[in-house]
Design a protein around this ligand. Structure first.
Ligand SMILES: CC(C)(COP(=O)(O)OP(=O)(O)OC[C@H]1O[C@@H](n2cnc3c(N)ncnc32)[C@H](O)[C@@H]1OP(=O)(O)O)[C@@H](O)C(=O)NCCC(=O)NCCS
Length: 167
């Protein structure tokens, strides 16, 4: 089910203004390009397109260009972050923290818990999730293909009931 989130219109980082907005069919070429250049295991265009009808798809724009995107699902009080990507050129500058905290704040209106899965080797993502307050709640051994081998998926949860960006 696609759930509408109330997001701040604009947030500041390093003196620049980032606008949060849902993305739609017309934005797919730009979002797909961002996905391909920034994500080591990019979603297909078809994955992104089908998410538009079944999930909540939002992103951040800077000076009219998409610089981050995320896909979330909502089911009876639970939210799941299915995709979370910061533009390669913006990584490591705090934008991931800002966008994730914004999404958690918005998801709080619709869900008690925000879940996600991450590749065990994705050190930057694991560090970001733990910094924001997610706790590891499980592991799926060998869940992801990794070349000719497999790697574990780590399951993380954020209890939104007691969470705030300031805590
Ligand atoms: C993972 C990702 C979202 C992080 O976004 P970001 O904007 O770079 O994150 P931030 O700059 O806010 O950094 C947040 C924390 O992550 C950690 N971090 C960031 N880059 C890191 C790196 N290259 N190595 C290790 N830790 C890193 C740091 O702990 C950092 O906190 P600190 O600056 O206070 O030390 C981004 O790298 C990305 O989009 N990667 C490709 C897509 C992806 O893997 N998505 C997640 C799975 S779907």
């Amino acid at each position: 089910m696609s759930v509408e989130l109330t997001l701040p219109v604009s947030v500041d980082l390093h003196g620049g203004a980032f606008n949060a907005a849902p993305f739609g069919t017309g934005d797919l070429p730009a979002i797909f390009a961002l996905e391909q250049r920034s994500h080591s295991h990019p979603w297909t265009l078809e994955n992104l397109r089908s998410s538009l009808t079944s999930h909540t798809c939002v992103g951040l724009q800077y000076q009219g260009e998409w610089v981050a995107h995320a896909v979330l699902s909502f089911v009876v009080g639970e939210a799941e972050l299915l995709l979370f990507v910061i533009d390669k050129n913006w990584q490591g500058r705090g934008l991931g923290t800002l966008f994730l905290e914004m999404l958690a704040q918005a998801a709080k209106q619709k869900a008690q818990t925000l879940f996600l899965e991450v590749r065990a080797s994705n050190a930057a993502a694991v560090a970001l999730y733990e910094k924001v307050g997610f706790n590891q709640v499980g592991v799926r051994p060998g869940y992801y293909p990794a070349g000719s081998r497999r790697e574990d998926a780590l399951l993380y949860a954020l209890d939104l009931t007691f969470w705030s960006a300031d805590s």
